[in-house]
Structures are given as structure tokens and as C-alpha cells.
Design a protein around this ligand. Sequence first.
Ligand code: UT7
Length: 330
Amino acid sequence: MPRAQITALGHYLPDYVLTNQELEQLVDTSDAWIRERTGVCERRILTGERGSSYMGVRAVQELLAKKGLDASEIELLICCTVTPDMVFPATANIITDELGASRAWGFDLGAACSGFLYGVCVASQFIETGRYSKIVVVGVDKMSSIIDYQDRNTCIIFGDGAGAVLLEPDTANTGYGIQDFVLYSDGSGMKHLHMKSGGSRRPPSLDTVRNREHYVYQEGQAVFKRAVVGMAEAAAEIMERNGLTGADVHWLVPHQANLRIIDATAQRMGLTPDKVMVNIDRYGNTTSGTLPLCLSDWEDRLRPGDRIVLASFGGGFTWGAVYLTWAYGK
Ligand code: UT7
């Protein structure tokens, strides 16, 4: 059974920088509170009538250029997002069309902040069965399209961005690649984190718009309590299953929801802060984008064989962890 490896990365971040100082003008908050309680200093915002596909296309184009691949070589593209361009068609279809990925089929995967983690695991199965050898997984969200900039509980956290990875089989038999994963979900978490309207249960109406129901609704503390346990437990479980101690792990790639959740996960894993990828200060929580954006930011520092744990927790609830060994670099 060939192992699935990440063999290329790309990302896209919009130019517009929304600072804590600008948010101070919109809601009753302060730069000091946001930094201290979340770790976010600024986030990116995609302006104009452009959807998630705009960022996804650019992330994949960067990946293809770096790898020297043509879009027509992609066989499957999974777009992980909770902010699709439209209800249908799938944003994956829009992205493949704009890329000219003429051979690819694709679909959207909605698992909120764990979308990318789920997507990588799904893609790895298609590689391991030998069915496909070039799969792109895009993690992208335009969170600004579903954030209420009058709600200080949510608008301070989220941002926009995209990352993409290429998955290929380990044809050289290095043994590097995705080693193991644990995935979970608990639908009872819906009450704490959801969007009230816009779906088939409560389609858009004048009332839903007037009541500001087309935005992220989050009970921050309730989600925090579950996230801090869920992400740390999943990371600890994948380490135990694979006989890893903190000293064995080179990098933790955590979902960037709150710096305090990241710190608790690292502590549970026995990791020193220098082994933890953190860019929440610059991008905030980009939902499906956080994990590939971290990998992309750290790409130059990754070495073949590096033992990496990816971990996430988010809406659904959805959570889990992936253990992989890095496959390329100097
Ligand atoms: O990625 C998806 C999964 N999401 C998460 O993992 C997010 C998890 N939750 C969190 O990250 C945190 O709960 C938040 C950042 C959302 C909120 O932080 P918190 O430390 O849990 O704050 P809190 O809701 O307990 O509120 C503490 C105080 C309250 O004031 P009082 O009642 O103590 O007087 C809030 O009204 O802070 C107040 N507050 C704010 N003050 C300034 C809440 N939001 C703000 C704000 N600026 N933006």
C-alpha cells in the first residue's frame, strides 16, 4: 500500500490588513484585550465581490508553479470550506474550471475548522488504494463574508485566507508521509457554534436578514472549554498510538483559534514553544485555512523525516489529529 505524502504547498492571503486598532473603531474592544485573550494582532480580509474560489485558485496556482506541474495533471481536488462561493455548484468545481484542471473531479468538504484535517485524511485514502496519484486539498475560508462586524465576540478572531497541498504516493519508498490519524465529531456541539439561517432549515428572508442571522453565532466560553480538551486529547492520543514523546515530535501544527488553546495542546504534548507553528497573530482564525497556511509559512524550515502532528477543533463539533513525517526539503 503506497503511503500518501504532501509533496508541495501553496497559499494565498488577501492584501487588506484589518488591525485590532481598526476593530476598536467598530466594536467596544481594545487591542490589549484581543492580544491577551486570543493572540490575534491582525487578520487579512478579501474585499470586493470575490469568493473563496478566488483565494483557492491562487493558492493552487502557487503550488503548481513551485512544483512545475500543469493543472491538467490534477486528478482530484477537495475544497475544504464553510464559505463556498455559492450553495452550488461546489467551490471545488469553480476552482478546477478556473485552473484549467480538465481531468480533475472534485467536491467540497465542510467540517469547519477541521475541514483541512478531514480533507487530507480523505485524500490519503485515495492515494493509499492506488486509485489516484495527484490530489490537491485546498483549505480556504472567506470568514469575513459570515462575520458580524457589530459582534465583538466573533469579529475579533476570524480572517480570510487559503492554503493548498499536493498529495502523491511515496513511489521512492522512503516511508515518509501520512502515518496515522484520529478523527471525531459530535453534532450536539451545534448549539454552541453555528449559522442560524441561510440553509434549507431557515432559508434567507427579510426576517433572517433583519435579525442578523446570516453570521457566525458562537458561545465562546462553551466552545473554548471543549476545544482546549478536544485538541489536546486528540494530539496526545495520536502520540500514544505511535509511541511518540514530546522529544520525538519536531512540529505541532495546531488550528489557530486561540493562542491559549494552542499553548494548552503544546503543554499536554510536552513540547517546547519553539516546536509550535503559530501565525494567529498575523492571520487570526481562517477556519479551513489555518493548517495549510502554517505549513506554507514554515515550509523552508521543514526537513525530510520531520515528525509532525496536525491538530484541530472546530464547529460541529469536529476535531482530530494527523501524524505525518515530512517528505521533502533540504
Ligand atoms: O475555531 C472555531 C472554534 N472556536 C474556538 O475555539 C474559539 C473558542 N473561544 C475563544 O477563543 C474565547 O472564548 C473568545 C476569544 C471567543 C472569548 O474569550 P473569553 O476569554 O472566553 O472571554 P469571555 O467570553 O469569557 O468574556 C470575558 C469578558 C466578558 O466581560 P465580563 O462579563 O467579564 O465583564 C466579555 O463581555 O470579556 C468581555 N469581552 C470582551 N471585551 C473586550 C468579550 N469579548 C470582548 C472583546 N473585547 N472583543
